[in-house]
Write a new protein. Sequence first.
Lengths: 276, 281
Amino acid sequence: MKTKKIKASRILTYAVLIGGVLIAVFPFIWMILTSFKTNAEALSIPPTIFPEKINWEGYKHVFTGLPFVKIYLNTIISAVIIVTAQLVFCAMSGYAYARINFPFKNILFTATLAVLMVPGTFFILPQYRIINRLGLLNTIPALFLPNLFSAMGTFLLRQFFLSLPQELEDAAYIDGCNRGKAFLKIMLPLVKPGLVSLGILTFRFAWNDLMWPMVVNTSTEKMTLAPALSYLQGQYVTDFPGVMAGALMAVIPLIIIFAVFQKQFIEGVAHTGIKG
Amino acid sequence: MIAPVTIGLIIFYFYPFFRVIRDSFHNIGSFDRDLGFVGIDNYSAMFKDQEMWQALGNTFKYVVIIVPMSLLFALLIAVLLNAKVKGLSVFRVIYFLPAITMSVAVSMVWRWIFNGDYGVLNGILNALGMSPHLWLSDKSTALFCICTVSIWTNVGYYMIILLAGIQGISKGYYEAAEIDGATGFQKFFKITLPLLTPTIFYVVIMLVISTFQIFGEIYMMIDQKAVAMKYTQSIVMHFYRSAFSYSKKGYASAVAVLLFVIIMTLTVFQMKMQKKWVNYE
């Protein structure tokens, strides 16, 4: 009796989980299938599931309609710069707030935390004006400048540094390390999970962000992928294979990175959730 | 060591913070020309603006639908995955996939799925003998389509956080409950749920903040000139259009201040309320 009940609940568990998986992957599958269809196939009623044969028209349209290679590069360059800068700067400030005493520390830290409380959209108008005044609209630096500095990253890494025992650092000083060496050689390697979490979350943000890059860079030559897709959708209103091909190419690099680093991705999200 | 972050924050965040507040009392013309102090004109214009109230109402609808649904599905999946299922890591990866994918790209596919003439959703309904529907142009369904996409994106991400929270609960509680003959449901409601409340609290805060700023899905799925825009646009969408489509930057600053005040109030309210339902061990 009891085993029967357990068996039934197991079956139900898997049924729900697999149902969920289907819903999770269906849009991706539909994206892939549509991207290889001809436009006539995509617009057929009732919709066909599989393309009759693999058709690259949609992909060609993306490359003729937009400087897509350049857009790819813009996105990669901007994302890599943002991630690198945040890791370096936030590791420094996170360590300082966790371990060093300096004047106005509490005020500065509270002010940093306050930035965390404000929605990102709030800052966009003056940020736009600063970029404009610097004559940087429609340039690559416009894409990354305000995002090099992160209150969230500072806070996150501070939490990781705080969780390390003070004795560890003291031991390094006794062994003749100076502060810089202790930071680089002892402390930094120990907060690697924090650095990985921050790096991954930041990369995901930089790769996918829409409003900021769309506002500062309107020239297609200087766009990133998210605004480029919106542009593509506006240009190719009824060219669904083309639009889907663009969308697929935009998401594939991140999915590959995810496939390689999935453990770190998932742990990174779980970590930040717990650390809060 | 704090110099880079501090200087960067001052230039790109502290200064803009005060600048937005100041600008919300100014008339900012095209090309960012400051046309002088106007007192509370932007605010009174905003509170008289039908469109702003509609956008605010829509935004609350998004929060009321998306936050509980995302939480519910994320919790359901997390609990099921915690029940020693085979292929846990495969499930986790697949469920997480929507969360890492660009919401712009995802919205484009969903827009295509919901398409009234050629969309696959109507194709399926048709095959089942039901009548098709213009999902995204009908003002009564467009908002729900956007909710669907947002929930679809959220579930995997928050499921990971909740699953980590569940796995952090000490096994001892469950062993003790089993000795006392507790059923699966009892264990969930008497142990898992109460001990998970700190994680749930964090998830709710994050969901409310992010849903309140919903933008990309609407921008990609609804045309700016479509009738449905009025019934789907969020407060951030209204901000974006005021600032960059109509170039009313003083007015848009007032909207930004309103957005900030509401999110702040909601968060502080939730912090106060947490004493009533969050258990810290």
